[in-house]
Design a protein around this ligand. Structure first.
Ligand SMILES: N=CN[C@@H](CCC(=O)O)C(=O)O
Ligand SMILES: [Zn+2]
Length: 422
């Protein structure tokens, strides 16, 4: 059972080291208090320990599985203007970069996002976050990056901040003003604008408490930001206290992994074209690899070498990469793709979508596993075998029975009746 209790005193936080294995316990009980996990253990032990206690809510999980809330380590969820027309172009043979260089892709989304009001952006963003939660995500990384000018980047960051303050979901926010070189500027001019104008303003707003940005991101790619511009922007972001978490080695080998390891990056995403030296450097630097199976799948890219990364000791995490190019909210589907296309085991995929994804966001001390002292973020699966969450491709809407954030049920699935969802 999962039980939620009113607070009595503060819980102490415990650090958890990300690890490449996981433990499954039969007959598990979890008690939440004050938004955190107060106790977790065998049902009989917990029953004794809390025999005199009263609970606000008790959920009978017989025949079900309790898992940590899923963590989505990479999304672009704030934008206006979908790109379904480009999906058709890609199916007809156009590449991602051909569309981008012809003024579509990110440029198309930038045009629409600049025109959208803050209210419009917030409403669609909120709806997307709700869909992510229903798919089991309780902590999500959210990027700006469809403004490219200061005004719209700040508009996006304010929208993310509003959701952070008002919604029951964890958010790690990322400034991604270097997502593309804006029309009318060179990469060097865009880099200078970010360093001289965007980041100082961001620092001011961080200090005044108006926004709380966690990470800095750059799209380090041939024809976008080269290695030197990427270095300058990331270093400047790090200097104002942001964690480095960027796009690298996706379409071309750029030596992004080597750069990230050198700069002390917390995470690098994509890595389809990472070098062997880059993998070694990331393992040594404890820089997480955020792999994005939906993108490699839908752009028909070569798959990142997940097996080699795991064997070399890289901390492998997963993200949905939800964006107008890769329209997928679902971490269960991401885990399935990681298993089939990247040859990860189901245990590795679950670790990558929970504790390791939390590590990629600098939050593995509070999120990503079911441990006393951590935040009470859980999902309850309507099956005695948790693997059904990965095995049933696209079946999560009938499998995820409850989503719990900070000890509070924020979603209960009416589709889960008394039968297990086989
Ligand atoms: N590669 C760069 N950024 C996104 C795509 C964004 C877009 O196409 O709108 C990604 O991670 O896949
Ligand atoms: Zn991305």
């Amino acid at each position: 059972p999962v039980a939620c209790k009113k607070p009595e005193k503060e819980n102490a936080e415990r650090a958890a080291v990300p690890r490449a294995g996981s433990r499954f316990v039969r007959s598990l009980s979890v008690v939440c208090r004050d938004g955190c996990i107060k106790a977790v253990g065998r049902a009989d032990v917990i029953r004794n320990q809390f025999s005199g206690a009263t609970f606000e809510k008790v959920i009978d999980c017989s025949g079900k599985c309790v898992l940590p809330g899923l963590v989505d380590a990479h999304t672009h969820p704030v934008w206006a203007g979908d790109r379904v027309h480009e999906f058709a172009m890609k199916l007809a043979g156009a590449s991602y970069m051909e569309i981008h260089q012809a003024g579509g892709g990110i440029h198309f989304t930038v045009e629409h996002t600049r025109k959208a009001t803050e209210e419009e952006l917030f409403n669609t963003f909120k709806h997307r976050l709700e869909r992510m939660r229903r798919a089991g995500s309780t902590l999500v990384e959210c990027k700006s990056g469809y403004g490219l000018n200061l005004e719209t980047e700040l508009k996006m960051l304010r929208v993310i901040e509003r959701a952070k303050q008002s919604m029951d979901i964890g958010i790690s926010s990322t400034y991604c003003g270097a997502h593309s070189v804006p029309k009318g500027k060179t990469a060097t001019e865009a880099t200078d604008d970010i360093i001289n104008n965007h980041l100082p303003k961001l620092k001011e707003l961080q200090l005044s408490g108006e926004i709380h940005v966690n990470n800095i991101d750059v799209f380090c790619e041939k024809g976008v930001f080269d290695l030197e511009s990427t270095r300058r922007i990331l270093q400047a972001g790090k200097d104002i206290g942001l964690q480095i978490n960027f796009h690298g080695d996706e379409l071309h080998p750029m030596k992004s992994a080597e750069l990230g390891a050198e700069l002390g990056a917390r995470a690098i995403s994509h890595l389809e074209e990472v070098s062997d030296e880059g993998i070694t450097a990331m393992a040594r630097a404890k820089c997480a690899a955020v792999l994005l199976p939906t993108t490699a799948y839908m752009l028909r890219l070569k798959q990142p070498q997940a097996r080699k990364m795991l064997e070399e000791g890289v901390i492998v995490a997963l993200g949905s990469d939800f964006n107008p190019n890769a329209y997928c909210f679902s971490m269960p589907m991401v885990m399935h793709l990681a298993c089939v296309n990247m040859k990860m085991s189901m245990n590795e995929a679950l670790v990558a979508a929970t504790i390791n994804a939390a590590y990629a966001l600098g939050k593995s001390d509070t999120h990503g596993s079911i441990e006393a002292g951590k935040q009470g973020d859980l999902i309850i699966i309507n099956s005695p075998r948790w693997e059904h969450l990965i095995y049933q491709f696209g079946g999560h809407e009938a499998l995820i029975n409850y989503v719990i954030v900070k000890g509070k049920v924020i979603y209960q699935n009416e589709m889960c009746g008394t039968m297990s969802s086989y």
